[in-house]
Ligand binder design. Structure first.
Ligand code: NAP
Ligand code: ZN
Length: 350
């Protein structure tokens, strides 16, 4: 089926309106009319080819919410009109040890990402949520239990929410733990809300003095402006977990220094240029670790959506028509997002 979309034909071209083809739903497929799609910094990295391997045309978008508009004959979990979400994954091998454990994001035979992954569908790679509709295998579709009027603000949970929730659970954020969240953008602002809701003592690290007040409102117990050496020094050696969401290369020693013995700095930001090599001293002398984490599996993504529905957590969003996407990317590069752009997909018809 021909579907309106917004994408780029090359790394140096602005995004533009285009028609794409979606497959006719197969027996296990769910077709979704997309209401809203969040704008992740990964969209920008990919569309501008900051990471290797972008396939064009590139239609980004992996924070998708909308309504089911068709289901295949074998689909039992969803029916027409259901409100659903799709995150960063649309398929995986389903039989490797990671898939068997519900950790599809670590599929050992390469998962299929919502955009920019090889697929038999036209044009040979997946196309994401900056589009009117998408067809996805039912296993990769999530149920949304938030009230309908919050739907646009739920979209960012599908990537920003799960990417922060999963490591916070894995490294056991909770009461009695001190958790730092570095970079108060799309991921970071969700990290602050979720760490706070898990009961951890939550500290927001920002380079932007202007976000100090906001970070407290988001649920941070303390805010540190990371450009202030004295403020940073006062936090030395006190953290169990620091989650680093920064989208640019920076000095990691500034954060390993803040870990307690056995603390962990978890990297989720994927900057275009590598971080400077961290010094081993902060690691060896306090048995600290630098780790990484990628989004979350389907079961954990559903758990996160249900946790957020129960705790009344959504993203703080700024809604945009799709035609403003390049302006949104430019603001994202200036750390000027409060705190996630969400596309109103009705604007695709405008
Ligand atoms: P974002 O909304 O642009 O937020 C990034 C934040 O990092 C900015 O708002 C800013 O916060 C801080 N920052 C930016 N440049 C900085 C610099 N030069 N030095 C220090 N801090 C800086 O981006 P996002 O959508 O949250 O994504 C963040 C990163 O995570 C991206 O690299 C993205 O590709 C990656 N990501 C990874 C996964 C995964 O599974 N691991 C999933 C999704 C996204 P302050 O103003 O507070 O300093
Ligand atoms: Zn993302």
């Amino acid at each position: 089926m021909t579907t309106k979309a917004y994408g780029a034909l090359a790394a140096d071209k602005p995004l533009e309106s285009m028609d794409i083809e979606r497959r006719t739903p197969g027996r296990h497929d769910v077709q979704i009319d997309i209401a809203y799609c969040g704008v992740c910094h990964s969209d920008l990295h990919t569309v501008r080819s900051e990471w290797a391997g972008t396939l064009y045309p590139c239609v980004p978008g992996h924070e998708i919410v909308g309504q089911v508009s068709a289901v295949g004959s074998n689909v039992k979990r969803f029916k027409l009109g259901d409100t659903v979400g799709v995150g960063c994954l649309v398929d995986s091998c389903q039989h490797c040890p990671s898939c068997a454990e519900g950790l599809e994001q670590y599929c050992e035979n390469a998962f299929v990402a919502t955009y920019n992954s090889r697929t038999p569908d036209a044009p040979g790679h997946t196309l994401g949520g900056y589009s009117q509709r998408i067809v996805v295998s039912d296993k990769f579709v999530l149920k949304i239990r938030h009230p309908q009027e919050q739907l646009a603000a739920v979209a960012p949970l599908l990537c920003a929410g799960i990417t922060t929730y999963s490591p916070l659970r894995h490294w056991q954020a909770g009461p009695g733990k001190k958790v730092g969240i570095v970079g108060i953008g799309g991921l970071g602002h969700m990290g602050v809300k979720i760490a706070h809701a898990m009961g951890a003592h939550t500290v927001a690290f920002t380079t932007s003095e202007s976000k100090r007040r906001d970070a407290l409102d988001l649920g941070a117990d303390e805010v540190v402006v990371s450009r202030d050496a004295d403020e940073m020094a006062r936090q030395a050696g006190t953290f169990d977990i620091i989650l680093d969401t920064v989208a640019a290369s920076h000095d990691l020693d500034a954060y390993t220094r803040l870990l307690k013995r056995d603390g962990t700095l978890v990297l989720v930001g994927v900057p275009e240029h590598a971080h400077p090599s961290p010094s081993v001293g902060n690691l060896i002398f306090r048995r600290t670790a630098i780790a990484g984490s990628m989004i979350g599996g389907l079961a954990e993504t559903q758990e996160m959506l249900d946790f957020c529905a129960e705790k009344n957590i959504v993203a703080d969003i700024e809604m945009i028509p799709v035609q403003d996407i390049d302006k949104a990317y430019e603001r994202m590069l200036k750390s000027d997002v409060k705190y996630r752009f969400v596309i109103d997909n009705a604007s695709l018809l405008g």
